[in-house]
Write a protein that binds this ligand. Structure first.
Ligand SMILES: *Cc1c(COP(=O)(O)O)cnc(C)c1O
Length: 227
């Protein structure tokens, strides 16, 4: 079995190749190593290999890991966030990729205010309409974005999406194009977004070709997750 380091280097190499193919600077693409269900020892192995950002889906699971590993690395929240977990999330994570409603934005803002800082957020957009996926529908994304821009303790940096799973990664492309176009539209309307969080183990190269600035890769680094 290849080591985490070998996997990580391979992912970085693939990302770099995809960036060059698209005429992009590989330096503008950041890797979020998705470490849900991955135990601390293996996360430490990834840190040794050079990983500097980890993505977690569950607040409680992440809390334990962050207490143990600390912050030589950055922690991003990528799962579905319930309002009652907002107060923990803002003290644990440097960035939240999965903001999907105005009430959640307001709750996060209120919680960050108490800590006296700001938290970076992205709006998760559900472009497929699949009910099994979280995220706001595209039509509501603008309303959420306008509201977040006016909340002084949240810093809106970008958009995130998760397309349906396809064996053929090329089928993800239309979703990634739509997210990029939505971001461009928001920028034209004065909402200053920089980031696109899109692309997972099976399709991150396609996402990079379409403008991803964060790719969220789990399986290709840590291997198959235990169910
Ligand atoms: C689990 C997860 C990933 C990583 O998926 P892999 O296919 O293992 O790379 C990325 N994004 C989100 C939101 C996830 O929940």
């Amino acid at each position: 079995m290849p080591s985490i380091k070998e996997n990580y280097l391979k992912v970085m190499e693939r990302a770099e190749r995809a960036a060059h193919k698209a005429g992009r600077n590989p330096g503008e693409i950041k890797l979020v190593a998705v470490s849900k269900t991955v135990e601390v020892a293996r996360i430490k192995e990834a840190i040794e290999a050079g990983v500097s950002i980890f993505g977690e889906n569950y607040v409680q699971e992440a809390q334990k890991k962050i207490e143990e590993i600390g912050r030589p690395v950055s922690w991003h929240f990528i799962g579905h966030l319930q309002s009652n977990k907002a107060k923990y999330a803002v003290s644990l994570f440097d960035m939240i990729h999965s903001l999907d409603s105005i009430p959640l934005a307001e709750e996060l803002n209120r919680r960050v205010e108490k800590e006296g800082q700001t938290v970076k957020v992205m709006i998760e957009v559900n472009l497929s309409g699949e009910t099994t996926k979280f995220g706001t529908e595209e039509a509501k994304a603008f309303d959420i974005a306008r509201r977040v821009v006016n909340l002084s303790h949240l810093s809106l940096v970008g958009l995130m999406t998760m397309p349906p799973y396809f064996d053929d990664p090329r089928l993800s492309r239309p979703y990634y194009i739509r997210l990029r176009e939505l971001k461009e539209k928001m920028v034209r309307e004065g909402i200053p977004l920089r980031e696109l969080s899109m692309g997972m183990s099976n399709d991150f190269e396609v996402a990079i070709e379409e403008g991803a600035t964060y790719v969220r890769v789990g399986t290709a680094i840590f291997g198959e997750r235990k169910k």
